[in-house]
Design a protein around this ligand. Structure first.
Ligand code: ZN
Length: 288
C-alpha cells in the first residue's frame, strides 16, 4: 500500500458521510482510483475501442484539439494541428499494437471536439495507467524554436513560455463555454490533491524516461521538460504528459512531424519509452 493510499484510507475513516467520491485501493501497484462525480459535465464521449492483449497495462493516447478547435496552423502546409495530432496518435497506436506489450486506446479517432476533462475521463473510465496528449507547437516569434517538449502538471508554470502555452492549450474549454476549475468540493479536493501529487511525480519520471529513450529518434529542446497548469493533465490518478512533438513554425520540424517517416520515428521513440516505463514498474513491484 502506498503512502497516498494509506493517507487516503485514514482520511476517509475520519470523514463520516463523505460524498460519493471514495478511494479504492488497487493492491498490485498501489495506484489509487477515485471516482469523480462532475454534475457539470456537458457531454460524455463514448468509450473508444481498446486494442492489444488482455491483462496488459492500458495507455490512452489523446490527439490534441479536434472539431471546432483546430489548434495551431502550419505556416508551411496550412494544415491545422488537429489533423497532425490525429496522424501522430494513430502512428503511436499502430506502433504499440504491433509491439503487443501494452493495450492502447485513442480518445478520438476522427475530427471531433472534446473538452479537456472528457479526454482524461475516457482514460479514467477505461482504467488507463498512462495518458499521453499529443500536440504540435507553434512559436509566436519566428522559426528558430525547434524540437520536442514534454509538459507535466504543475500549478505554477516553469517559465513564461510554459504559462503562455497553458493559456493557449486550455482555451479549448473556453470554446465550449465550460468552467472546469473548482469542479470538486473542498473535502474531495484534499483527497484528489494527495493522489495527484503521486501522479505528478510519476509523470515527471516518465518525462525523463521519454527523453532518454526517444532522443535517438527525434530531437528534443534543450529544456525539454516544462511544467504548466494544463487542464488536460488533471486526471488525479493517472500519470499524464502533454507531448509537443515539434514546432509547426520551424521548417524542419514541420517537415518531419507531418511526414509518415517522421511520424513513425516519433511513434517508435514513444513506444520504447512506454515499454521501459512499464518494465521499470514491474521490477519495482517484484522487489516490494
Ligand atoms: Zn496543441
Amino acid at each position: 500500500m502506498s503512502l497516498v493510499t494509506m493517507l487516503l484510507s485514514a482520511l476517509i475513516s475520519l470523514m463520516p458521510g463523505l460524498p460519493p467520491l471514495v478511494g479504492e485501493d488497487k493492491a498490485e501497484d498501489g495506484a489509487v482510483t477515485i471516482e469523480l462525480d462532475d454534475p457539470r459535465r456537458q457531454t460524455r464521449a463514448d468509450n473508444p475501442p481498446v486494442l492489444g492483449p488482455a491483462g496488459r497495462p492500458l495507455v490512452v493516447i489523446d490527439a490534441g484539439h479536434g472539431g471546432r478547435d483546430p489548434g495551431a496552423t502550419s505556416p508551411y502546409t496550412g494544415r491545422p494541428e488537429k489533423e497532425i495530432t490525429l496522424e501522430l496518435a494513430r502512428a503511436i497506436r499502430d506502433e504499440l499494437v504491433a509491439s503487443r506489450r501494452v493495450r492502447v486506446a485513442l480518445t478520438r479517432n476522427d475530427d471531433r471536439y472534446l473538452v479537456h476533462n472528457e479526454r482524461y475521463e475516457v482514460a479514467r473510465r477505461l482504467g488507463a495507467e498512462l495518458f499521453i496528449s499529443v500536440h504540435a507547437d507553434a512559436a509566436p516569434g519566428g522559426d528558430t524554436a525547434h524540437g520536442a517538449t514534454i509538459y507535466t502538471l504543475s500549478e505554477v508554470a516553469s517559465d513564461r513560455q510554459a504559462a503562455l502555452l497553458a493559456a493557449q492549450e486550455n482555451k479549448s474549454d473556453i470554446i465550449a463555454g465550460v468552467d472546469l476549475q473548482g469542479q470538486a468540493a473542498d473535502v474531495n479536493r484534499i483527497l484528489i490533491d494527495l493522489a495527484q501529487r503521486e501522479s505528478m511525480d510519476a509523470s515527471a519520471e516518465f518525462a525523463r524516461l521519454l527523453r532518454r529513450e526517444a532522443s535517438a529518434f527525434f530531437p528534443f529542446r534543450p529544456d525539454y521538460h516544462r511544467f504548466a497548469s494544463l487542464l488536460v493533465l488533471k486526471a488525479p490518478d493517472i500519470p499524464s504528459i502533454l507531448f509537443e512533438s515539434g514546432y509547426l513554425t520551424n521548417p524542419r520540424d514541420a517537415g518531419y512531424i507531418q511526414s509518415p517517416e517522421g511520424q513513425r520515428q516519433i511513434a517508435t521513440g514513444i513506444r520504447r519509452a512506454i515499454e521501459a516505463h512499464f518494465a521499470r514498474r514491474l521490477i519495482r513491484t517484484a522487489r516490494s
